[in-house]
Design a protein around this ligand. Structure first.
Ligand code: NAP
Length: 262
Protein backbone atom coordinates (compact mmCIF):
# COMPACT_ATOMS: atom_id res chain seq x y z
CA UNK A 1 0.00 0.00 0.00
CA UNK A 2 1.33 3.42 -0.96
CA UNK A 3 0.85 6.95 0.36
CA UNK A 4 1.58 10.23 -1.38
CA UNK A 5 2.25 13.44 0.53
CA UNK A 6 2.01 16.65 -1.48
CA UNK A 7 3.98 19.39 0.29
CA UNK A 8 7.01 18.63 2.44
CA UNK A 9 7.17 21.88 4.42
CA UNK A 10 6.84 22.15 8.20
CA UNK A 11 3.83 19.86 8.60
CA UNK A 12 4.52 17.56 5.63
CA UNK A 13 8.00 16.74 7.00
CA UNK A 14 6.58 15.84 10.42
CA UNK A 15 3.89 13.58 8.98
CA UNK A 16 6.35 11.88 6.62
CA UNK A 17 8.81 11.35 9.50
CA UNK A 18 6.00 9.92 11.66
CA UNK A 19 4.60 7.47 9.13
CA UNK A 20 8.05 6.47 7.86
CA UNK A 21 9.05 5.45 11.38
CA UNK A 22 5.82 3.46 11.89
CA UNK A 23 4.92 0.04 10.51
CA UNK A 24 1.97 1.45 8.51
CA UNK A 25 4.00 2.06 5.34
CA UNK A 26 7.39 0.96 4.15
CA UNK A 27 9.58 4.02 3.43
CA UNK A 28 9.85 2.98 -0.22
CA UNK A 29 6.04 3.18 -0.45
CA UNK A 30 5.95 6.80 0.72
CA UNK A 31 6.05 9.19 -2.21
CA UNK A 32 6.58 12.90 -1.59
CA UNK A 33 5.80 15.63 -4.11
CA UNK A 34 6.85 19.24 -3.69
CA UNK A 35 7.81 22.26 -5.78
CA UNK A 36 10.77 22.90 -3.51
CA UNK A 37 13.79 20.78 -4.53
CA UNK A 38 15.45 21.79 -1.27
CA UNK A 39 12.60 20.37 0.84
CA UNK A 40 12.53 17.18 -1.26
CA UNK A 41 16.26 16.66 -0.74
CA UNK A 42 15.91 17.14 3.02
CA UNK A 43 13.05 14.66 3.41
CA UNK A 44 14.66 12.11 1.10
CA UNK A 45 17.79 12.10 3.26
CA UNK A 46 15.86 12.22 6.53
CA UNK A 47 13.23 9.53 5.91
CA UNK A 48 14.50 7.52 2.92
CA UNK A 49 11.30 8.18 0.94
CA UNK A 50 10.82 8.57 -2.83
CA UNK A 51 10.47 12.13 -4.09
CA UNK A 52 9.19 13.88 -7.20
CA UNK A 53 8.29 17.37 -8.37
CA UNK A 54 5.41 15.95 -10.41
CA UNK A 55 2.13 16.10 -8.39
CA UNK A 56 0.15 14.15 -11.01
CA UNK A 57 2.65 11.27 -11.13
CA UNK A 58 2.66 11.19 -7.33
CA UNK A 59 -1.14 11.08 -7.09
CA UNK A 60 -1.49 8.28 -9.65
CA UNK A 61 0.67 5.90 -7.61
CA UNK A 62 -1.06 5.84 -4.23
CA UNK A 63 -4.34 4.94 -2.59
CA UNK A 64 -3.77 7.59 0.11
CA UNK A 65 -3.04 11.21 -0.86
CA UNK A 66 -2.24 13.70 1.91
CA UNK A 67 -2.29 17.42 1.08
CA UNK A 68 0.12 19.48 3.20
CA UNK A 69 0.12 22.74 1.22
CA UNK A 70 -0.80 26.31 2.11
CA UNK A 71 -4.48 27.31 1.74
CA UNK A 72 -3.61 29.74 -1.10
CA UNK A 73 -2.08 26.84 -3.10
CA UNK A 74 -4.92 24.37 -2.46
CA UNK A 75 -7.14 25.32 -5.43
CA UNK A 76 -4.17 25.22 -7.81
CA UNK A 77 -3.17 21.73 -6.68
CA UNK A 78 -6.76 20.40 -6.60
CA UNK A 79 -7.33 21.61 -10.16
CA UNK A 80 -4.03 20.04 -11.20
CA UNK A 81 -4.83 16.58 -9.76
CA UNK A 82 -8.64 16.43 -10.02
CA UNK A 83 -8.75 14.33 -13.20
CA UNK A 84 -6.31 11.82 -11.75
CA UNK A 85 -8.09 11.10 -8.46
CA UNK A 86 -10.27 7.98 -8.69
CA UNK A 87 -13.13 7.01 -6.40
CA UNK A 88 -10.93 4.34 -4.79
CA UNK A 89 -8.45 6.91 -3.54
CA UNK A 90 -8.64 8.72 -0.22
CA UNK A 91 -7.85 12.43 -0.25
CA UNK A 92 -6.70 13.74 3.12
CA UNK A 93 -6.53 17.52 3.54
CA UNK A 94 -4.60 19.17 6.37
CA UNK A 95 -5.39 22.62 4.99
CA UNK A 96 -6.77 24.83 7.74
CA UNK A 97 -10.25 26.30 7.31
CA UNK A 98 -11.24 24.54 4.07
CA UNK A 99 -14.31 22.30 4.39
CA UNK A 100 -14.92 18.90 2.79
CA UNK A 101 -17.72 20.38 0.66
CA UNK A 102 -15.38 23.16 -0.61
CA UNK A 103 -12.85 20.49 -1.66
CA UNK A 104 -15.66 18.44 -3.24
CA UNK A 105 -16.63 21.45 -5.39
CA UNK A 106 -13.35 20.90 -7.26
CA UNK A 107 -12.71 17.19 -6.71
CA UNK A 108 -16.00 15.29 -6.49
CA UNK A 109 -14.37 12.38 -4.66
CA UNK A 110 -16.61 11.05 -1.92
CA UNK A 111 -13.67 9.95 0.21
CA UNK A 112 -12.30 13.28 1.43
CA UNK A 113 -11.03 13.27 5.00
CA UNK A 114 -9.83 16.36 6.88
CA UNK A 115 -7.04 16.18 9.43
CA UNK A 116 -5.92 19.04 11.64
CA UNK A 117 -2.70 18.62 13.61
CA UNK A 118 -0.96 21.35 15.62
CA UNK A 119 2.58 22.73 15.48
CA UNK A 120 3.85 20.20 18.05
CA UNK A 121 3.65 17.67 15.19
CA UNK A 122 7.31 18.54 14.61
CA UNK A 123 8.07 16.96 18.03
CA UNK A 124 5.63 14.08 17.32
CA UNK A 125 3.45 15.53 20.13
CA UNK A 126 0.54 16.88 18.10
CA UNK A 127 -3.10 16.92 19.13
CA UNK A 128 -4.67 16.05 15.77
CA UNK A 129 -8.34 16.02 14.80
CA UNK A 130 -9.80 13.89 12.02
CA UNK A 131 -13.21 14.38 10.41
CA UNK A 132 -15.12 12.99 7.44
CA UNK A 133 -18.69 12.75 6.23
CA UNK A 134 -18.82 9.19 7.58
CA UNK A 135 -16.64 9.16 10.68
CA UNK A 136 -17.38 5.47 11.34
CA UNK A 137 -15.70 4.35 8.12
CA UNK A 138 -12.60 2.10 8.39
CA UNK A 139 -10.62 4.53 6.18
CA UNK A 140 -11.12 7.23 8.82
CA UNK A 141 -9.69 4.88 11.44
CA UNK A 142 -6.67 4.20 9.23
CA UNK A 143 -6.10 7.95 8.86
CA UNK A 144 -6.34 8.18 12.65
CA UNK A 145 -3.50 5.62 12.85
CA UNK A 146 -1.41 7.68 10.40
CA UNK A 147 -1.82 10.85 12.46
CA UNK A 148 -1.27 8.78 15.61
CA UNK A 149 2.38 8.58 14.51
CA UNK A 150 2.75 12.32 15.22
CA UNK A 151 0.93 12.44 18.56
CA UNK A 152 -2.60 12.03 19.92
CA UNK A 153 -5.70 11.96 17.73
CA UNK A 154 -9.42 12.46 18.08
CA UNK A 155 -12.12 11.73 15.49
CA UNK A 156 -14.75 14.48 15.52
CA UNK A 157 -17.68 15.72 13.46
CA UNK A 158 -16.76 18.44 10.96
CA UNK A 159 -19.02 20.97 12.74
CA UNK A 160 -16.49 20.89 15.64
CA UNK A 161 -13.44 21.60 13.46
CA UNK A 162 -13.35 25.33 14.29
CA UNK A 163 -13.66 24.68 18.02
CA UNK A 164 -10.93 22.06 17.62
CA UNK A 165 -8.69 24.63 15.92
CA UNK A 166 -9.03 26.98 18.89
CA UNK A 167 -8.74 24.38 21.66
CA UNK A 168 -6.28 22.08 19.91
CA UNK A 169 -4.05 24.51 18.00
CA UNK A 170 -4.43 28.11 19.28
CA UNK A 171 -4.11 26.76 22.83
CA UNK A 172 -0.44 26.06 22.13
CA UNK A 173 0.08 29.83 22.13
CA UNK A 174 -2.20 30.28 25.16
CA UNK A 175 -0.19 27.72 27.17
CA UNK A 176 3.14 29.17 26.09
CA UNK A 177 2.05 32.64 27.19
CA UNK A 178 1.04 31.21 30.59
CA UNK A 179 4.41 29.47 30.75
CA UNK A 180 6.13 32.76 29.99
CA UNK A 181 4.24 34.42 32.85
CA UNK A 182 5.32 31.61 35.23
CA UNK A 183 8.89 32.12 34.04
CA UNK A 184 8.72 35.86 34.73
CA UNK A 185 7.49 35.10 38.26
CA UNK A 186 10.35 32.63 38.69
CA UNK A 187 12.91 35.23 37.63
CA UNK A 188 11.48 37.75 40.08
CA UNK A 189 11.98 35.17 42.86
CA UNK A 190 15.65 34.64 41.91
CA UNK A 191 15.95 32.02 39.15
CA UNK A 192 17.80 32.70 35.91
CA UNK A 193 15.36 32.92 32.93
CA UNK A 194 16.53 29.63 31.39
CA UNK A 195 16.16 27.87 34.76
CA UNK A 196 12.71 29.36 35.33
CA UNK A 197 11.59 28.28 31.85
CA UNK A 198 12.98 24.75 32.30
CA UNK A 199 11.16 24.43 35.65
CA UNK A 200 7.87 25.81 34.26
CA UNK A 201 7.97 23.53 31.21
CA UNK A 202 8.67 20.40 33.28
CA UNK A 203 5.87 21.33 35.72
CA UNK A 204 3.49 21.67 32.73
CA UNK A 205 4.53 18.22 31.43
CA UNK A 206 4.11 16.76 34.94
CA UNK A 207 0.70 18.38 35.46
CA UNK A 208 -0.51 17.00 32.11
CA UNK A 209 0.80 13.53 33.06
CA UNK A 210 -1.18 13.64 36.33
CA UNK A 211 -4.49 13.89 34.47
CA UNK A 212 -3.57 11.74 31.46
CA UNK A 213 -5.56 8.77 32.84
CA UNK A 214 -8.72 10.88 33.07
CA UNK A 215 -8.29 12.01 36.69
CA UNK A 216 -10.25 15.24 37.19
CA UNK A 217 -7.88 18.22 37.21
CA UNK A 218 -9.37 19.59 40.44
CA UNK A 219 -8.46 16.35 42.28
CA UNK A 220 -4.81 17.12 41.52
CA UNK A 221 -5.34 20.79 42.44
CA UNK A 222 -6.65 19.61 45.83
CA UNK A 223 -3.55 17.39 46.21
CA UNK A 224 -1.22 20.37 45.96
CA UNK A 225 -3.24 22.93 47.93
CA UNK A 226 -2.46 22.47 51.63
CA UNK A 227 -5.01 24.30 53.82
CA UNK A 228 -3.74 27.83 54.56
CA UNK A 229 -0.65 27.07 52.45
CA UNK A 230 1.15 29.06 49.76
CA UNK A 231 -0.50 27.30 46.76
CA UNK A 232 -4.09 28.14 47.69
CA UNK A 233 -2.97 31.69 48.52
CA UNK A 234 -1.47 32.04 45.03
CA UNK A 235 -4.32 30.29 43.27
CA UNK A 236 -7.00 32.42 44.89
CA UNK A 237 -5.03 35.60 44.14
CA UNK A 238 -4.94 34.55 40.47
CA UNK A 239 -8.67 33.76 40.46
CA UNK A 240 -9.51 37.12 42.12
CA UNK A 241 -7.67 38.64 39.15
CA UNK A 242 -9.82 36.64 36.74
CA UNK A 243 -7.57 33.73 35.65
CA UNK A 244 -10.30 31.21 34.67
CA UNK A 245 -12.56 33.95 33.35
CA UNK A 246 -9.77 35.46 31.22
CA UNK A 247 -8.95 32.06 29.70
CA UNK A 248 -12.60 31.26 28.86
CA UNK A 249 -13.08 34.75 27.40
CA UNK A 250 -9.92 34.29 25.31
CA UNK A 251 -11.08 30.90 24.01
CA UNK A 252 -14.49 32.35 23.07
CA UNK A 253 -12.92 35.44 21.40
CA UNK A 254 -10.75 33.15 19.27
CA UNK A 255 -13.79 30.98 18.46
CA UNK A 256 -15.83 34.02 17.42
CA UNK A 257 -12.97 35.20 15.21
CA UNK A 258 -12.51 31.83 13.46
CA UNK A 259 -16.29 31.56 12.99
CA UNK A 260 -16.35 35.08 11.43
CA UNK A 261 -13.47 34.25 9.06
CA UNK A 262 -14.90 30.93 7.79
N1 NAP B 1 2.53 23.60 10.41
C1 NAP B 1 1.60 23.02 11.19
O1 NAP B 1 1.89 22.53 12.28
C2 NAP B 1 0.16 22.94 10.73
C3 NAP B 1 -0.85 22.59 11.65
C4 NAP B 1 -2.17 22.44 11.19
C5 NAP B 1 -2.46 22.64 9.86
N2 NAP B 1 -1.48 23.03 8.99
C6 NAP B 1 -1.82 23.23 7.58
O2 NAP B 1 -0.93 22.44 6.82
C7 NAP B 1 -0.70 23.07 5.57
C8 NAP B 1 0.80 23.12 5.31
O3 NAP B 1 1.42 23.93 6.31
P1 NAP B 1 3.01 24.01 6.42
O4 NAP B 1 3.32 24.83 7.62
O5 NAP B 1 3.62 22.65 6.31
O6 NAP B 1 3.34 24.84 5.06
P2 NAP B 1 4.75 25.06 4.34
O7 NAP B 1 5.86 24.88 5.33
O8 NAP B 1 4.66 26.33 3.58
O9 NAP B 1 4.85 23.82 3.32
C9 NAP B 1 4.16 23.77 2.11
C10 NAP B 1 5.06 23.06 1.09
O10 NAP B 1 4.31 22.95 -0.13
C11 NAP B 1 5.17 23.32 -1.21
N3 NAP B 1 4.40 23.73 -2.38
C12 NAP B 1 4.03 24.99 -2.78
N4 NAP B 1 3.34 24.93 -3.91
C13 NAP B 1 3.24 23.62 -4.26
C14 NAP B 1 2.63 22.94 -5.33
N5 NAP B 1 1.96 23.59 -6.30
N6 NAP B 1 2.74 21.57 -5.38
C15 NAP B 1 3.41 20.90 -4.41
N7 NAP B 1 4.00 21.51 -3.36
C16 NAP B 1 3.91 22.85 -3.28
C17 NAP B 1 5.99 24.43 -0.63
O11 NAP B 1 7.13 24.70 -1.42
P3 NAP B 1 7.69 26.22 -1.44
O12 NAP B 1 8.25 26.43 -0.07
O13 NAP B 1 8.71 26.19 -2.52
O14 NAP B 1 6.51 27.12 -1.74
C18 NAP B 1 6.33 23.85 0.75
O15 NAP B 1 7.43 22.97 0.68
C19 NAP B 1 -1.34 24.46 5.63
O16 NAP B 1 -2.53 24.46 4.88
C20 NAP B 1 -1.63 24.67 7.10
O17 NAP B 1 -2.83 25.38 7.27
C21 NAP B 1 -0.18 23.18 9.40
Amino acid sequence: MKVTVIGSGNLGKSIITGIASSDLFDSKNILVADKSDENLEIIKKQAGVSVTSDNIKAVKESKWVILCIQPRILKIVLNEIKNHITDDQILISTVTGVSISEINEIVPNNKVIRAMPNTAAVKLQSMSFICADNIEHEDVHFVEKMFGTIGKTMIIEERLMQAATVLGASSTAFFLRFLRALTQGGVQMGFHPHEAQEISAQVAIGAAALIEDGTHAEVEVDNVTTPMGCTIEGLNAMEHNGLSSAVIKGIMAAYKRISDIN
